[in-house]
Design a protein around this ligand. Structure first.
Ligand code: IPM
Ligand code: MG
Length: 364
């Protein structure tokens, strides 16, 4: 099958992790006889350096013409990078928010799974993770606080800043439907996370999620306040299946969830709209401190490429094979530095990518 994929390496470690994920995709093509046509595009600081803005119309057009987008990471060191001398709307992260909005990628899936091989890298006590965990954060990605009106102003010598958190029922309904649909394919449980004891937007969220749940009698629904959820994630992560939540809560909880898997370097993500199109990127950031040093863990990006095969290209068997190759390489004891533990072999970004490709090709 022929597919068009746009690669957007981005900043920091982005180019090296996307390079390794592309090798894996090439391996998939060779093994299964597919043809992927690639186009590269810029975002974030890389785009600022070339065009003066973090996202151009050309990048948006390229993404729209593709079946899927595989992205690296966006942003630099805010303390030292000149990108952060620019006004906020021209900084690297603005490009990321804009591409999500332009492509209407309202559903962000962030799975957090504890690999048995990485139990030692998990910061939680062994008795807490005895039975492992396998959860998915379904984060609303194009509404809420990150997209509401904001301003900073001075009045009578006092500076004030305002951000607004807005959700309408349609935005809530469509992400809730995605959450229940995916729960149906998993353990059939949705934990909807909000702050309904304080926020109006959360009270509407809860009401709409309740309404949607009526169409999914086979899926169990529970509501949880976000502060409690932050606590429950480290107390008993095994209780969760699908965590359905709004933009900012999902941003925060997904970082927490990734940490308890042992490394944020393992976590993939998919951002989807109403169609099959999706943008796939690791959940982690651009790690400018280790960029270009062959230290970054490419697994999150490789697993994001696997999600892309599954959700946008309908290549389930190929996605399974990539995930299996990652498992095998971990079982053989290879680790990047972020997940290193005693007795294992520490490898760099490039070698990890190559080991995964080799494993993929060796599978029956
Ligand atoms: C993420 C990131 C972004 C977000 C930032 C860089 C704008 O933290 O993808 O989680 O908050 O969405
Ligand atoms: Mg984040």
């Amino acid at each position: 099958m022929e597919h068009k994929i746009v690669l957007i390496p981005g900043d920091g470690i982005g180019p090296e992790i996307v390079r390794e994920a592309k090798k894996v995709l090439d391996g998939v093509c060779g093994k299964y006889g597919h043809t992927f046509q690639y186009e590269e595009a810029l975002i974030g600081g890389a785009s600022i350096d070339t065009y003066g803005i973090p996202l151009t119309d050309d990048t948006i057009a390229a993404a729209k013409s593709a079946d899927a987008v595989l992205m690296g990471s966006v942003g630099g060191d805010a303390a030292t990078s000149p990108w952060y001398q620019l006004e906020p709307s021209k900084r690297p992260e603005a490009g990321l928010l804009k591409i999500r909005k332009e492509l209407n990628l309202f559903a962000n899936l962030r799975p957090a799974y504890l690999y048995s091989q990485l139990k030692e890298a998990c910061p939680l006590r062994p008795d807490i993770i005895e039975d492992g965990f396998d959860l998915l954060i379904m984060r609303e990605l194009t509404g809420g606080l990150y997209f509401g009106d904001r301003k900073t102003y001075e009045e009578n010598g006092v500076w004030t800043a305002v951000d607004t958190l807005v959700y309408n029922e349609q935005e809530i309904r469509r992400i809730a439907v995605k959450g229940f649909e995916i729960a149906r394919k998993r353990q059939k449980k949705v934990t909807s996370v909000d702050k309904a004891n304080v926020l109006d937007s959360s009270r509407l969220w809860r009401k709409v999620v309740e309404e949607v749940s009526a169409d999914y009698p086979d899926v169990k629904l529970e509501h949880m306040l976000v502060d409690n959820c932050a606590m429950q994630l480290v107390r008993d992560p095994g209780q969760f299946d699908v965590v359905l939540t709004e933009n900012m809560f999902g941003d925060i909880l997904s970082d927490e969830a990734s940490m308890i898997t042992g490394s944020i370097g393992m976590l993939s993500s998919a951002s989807l709209n109403e169609t099959k199109f999706g943008l796939y990127e690791p959940s982690h950031g651009s790690a400018p401190d280790i960029a270009g040093q062959d230290k970054a863990n490419p697994i999150a990006t490789i697993l994001s490429a696997a999600m892309m095969l599954r959700y946008s290209l309908d290549l389930d068997q190929e996605a399974d094979a990539v995930e299996q190759a990652v498992q095998n390489v971990l079982s053989q004891g290879y680790r990047t530095v972020d997940i290193m533990s005693e007795g294992c072999t520490c490898v760099g970004t490039r070698e990890m990518g190559e080991l995964i490709v080799k494993n993929l090709l060796a599978q029956a």
